[in-house]
Design a protein around this ligand. Sequence first.
Ligand code: LLP
Length: 433
Amino acid sequence: LTAADINEAGHLQIGGVDSIELAHRFGTPLVVYDVSRIRHQIQAFRHVFEENHVDYAVSYASKAFAAVAMYQVAATEGAHVDVVSAGELYTALKAGFPMEDVSFHGNNKSRQELEMAVDHHVGTIMLDNFHEIDLLNEVLTAKNSSIDVMLRITPGISAHTNKYIQTGQVDSKFGFDLGSGQADEALQKVLANPRMKMRGLHAHIGSQIFELAGFEGVAKKLMEVAAHWKHDFDYEAEVVNVGGGFGIRYTKDDHPLKPEEFVDAIIKAIKQEATNLNLKTPAIWIEPGRSIVGPAGYNLYTVGSRKDVPGLKPYLAVDGGMGDNIRPALYQAKYETVLASNPAAPLTEHVRIAGKYCESGDILAQDQALPATKPGDVLAMLDTGAYGYSMASNYNRNPRPAVVFVENGQAQLVIKRESLDDLVSLDLPYNEN
Ligand code: LLP
């Protein structure tokens, strides 16, 4: 936080709106996005490509946060999006997102999902496995249609991140294996299929990555494969998609490069490899999720009960928890939290911020320094915009929070808070005989 994040009342402000007012107007737990930060990050990515004079796409990985309003903002900023399910695709459709700028990912897309993608003329199918090539061929044949595709390969690079979110190592469920010749076999199948237009290749090494070396490694690896394909199969990739994964700062212990600095290095590595391998520089696509929405998001909670045990850090309980942000419980993810009514107040104690879910692991923060708090105070957890709401659940039949977009001093509800009736809306009584 900087001085600009604090308003005249001394409260945390988000996009020019007082966070305490947001909590009162929309209730808590509340997810708030500062939309200008989303826009600026997309623009920063685009700018670095423009400066390097390469063809590109910034494809927002919408799994990080998917909502009609979010697809609208992505479209306005000229981003593409990647979707991984019929649900994300449907949301993009409802937002009027241009379908030619959609990439469809996933390691087990269903026939229905592929049919939907073909019916709506999705831009690119990211082919992940042989079963999918056959299934897509069946769908295209039945519909007498064609579609652009790219092949996802497993680059064999392990990035240093939590093992549940790394994806690029050889032993991964995603993509075609390189060493055993599967990627080459997939290429030949696709090139032989007149209904599939082969656009290029893709790899993604993982998420919340801080080391530049992993990204430079994947750039180099993809270009080596491209050179091999040109040499052995006379196929030259138009597009090289390096995935996402650019790490962001969650706490003072994190010191990542800026997301666009990662991308600048990737572009330069690809250009260099193109020269070395005597290839044309391909169009470069990236798929950032977290870096676009993470820092733009705030979770507001209201403080309730407190448990003090002599000699232990107190448990300060809030009205949300693992149902709106499972990342601390699932990945031991850390965040910083401030007292929204006075973020600059001296920090007088270290607490554990406990959620309200019936699970001991539902602790949002294990060690947060805070000023003195009382029931009714609002806490703002920072940088929660990625994989928070999108991984929300109804555990304990708690309703999922509302989501508000804030920009230029105006707040707009973009996802309604679930009601108790919403929670039972799919339930049917069982007729006991
Ligand atoms: N592209 C592909 C193919 C992906 O699988 C992912 C993320 C991305 C792009 C976007 O990565 P990002 O820029 O957001 O790091 N739930 C986990 C993160 C899972 C990421 C899955 N794939 C978490 O909360 O940390």
